[in-house]
Design a protein around this ligand. Structure first.
Ligand code: IYR
Length: 237
């Protein structure tokens, strides 16, 4: 049968064991001047991003969320295995259950599990065990890492560099959300096992982060933080 004769997009299946099949890649080179202009504008725009913990309950366009997730899913990954699942939670009842379970764990953490040193590190951020953002923000993106993949016969196959791959994808997700005009928060309730149960995810998936997304509340405040300057983060040799 001839391959891919329709206009339907090709469906991804694991590449595992298939031969190397290169295709030409010749993107048009951007003139340096244009590159500089993009880089400067992007640097300004990214510097405007702040982690938000006080959200408006106003809805956000669902397609912006789906497009941002599509951006994240273009991330490079170990052996191109794309070991991620993004669960987009809009249902208020599911958000309420996630908040309840997260606050249960966070209360234990803030009441002592974190320890003095960790609590001292968090003090300038003004965080606490109350996670109203989970029910105020109109959407949560719960990111799962697929620790391994399951063959059709149920055999487990290794995924490579899962933490790195999912971390890169989440960085791209945060950038896409910000550049699309939305605010977000990376929240990592610990332990996060409850997320697999609440969201009914399979055994090979492990929660990586919960990301409330929306607009900042009208009375939103953020801590007065200073970023490291370029010369503090860059070493040129
Ligand atoms: N997970 C907790 C604590 C927390 C930990 C770090 I490191 C932060 O940068 C922020 C919070 C919470 O979400 O409150």
């Amino acid at each position: 049968m001839p391959e891919n004769t329709t206009d339907a997009p090709q469906q991804w299946t694991p590449l595992h064991g298939t031969p190397y099949r290169p295709v030409p890649y010749h993107p048009e080179r951007m003139p340096a001047e244009e590159s500089l202009a993009h880089a400067e504008r992007l640097r300004q725009r990214m510097d405007e991003r702040r982690t938000v913990r006080r959200f408006s309950t106003d809805p956000v366009p669902g397609q912006v969320l789906r497009d941002a997730i599509a951006c994240a899913a273009t991330a490079p990954s170990g052996a191109h295995q794309q070991p991620w699942t993004f669960v987009l939670v809009k249902d208020p009842e599911v958000r309420r259950r996630i908040r309840e379970a997260a606050e249960h764990e966070e209360k234990i953490s803030y009441d002592g599990r974190l320890g003095e040193e960790w609590l001292a590190a968090l003090r300038p951020l003004g965080t606490d065990a109350v996670k109203a953002h989970m029910t105020d923000a109109p959407a949560l993106i719960v990111v799962f890492q697929q620790r391994y993949w399951l063959g059709e016969d149920g055999t487990r196959h290794k995924h490579y560099y899962v933490d790195e791959s999912v971390g890169i994808a989440v960085g791209m997700l945060l950038s896409a959300l910000h550049l699309s005009g939305l605010a977000a928060l990376i929240h990592t309730p610990s332990p996060m096992r409850f997320l697999r149960e609440v969201l009914d995810r399979p055994e090979n998936e492990k929660a990586f982060a919960v990301i409330p997304v929306g607009y900042p509340a009208e009375d939103c405040e953020v801590p007065d933080l200073v970023r490291k300057s370029l010369d503090q983060v860059i070493v040129e040799v």
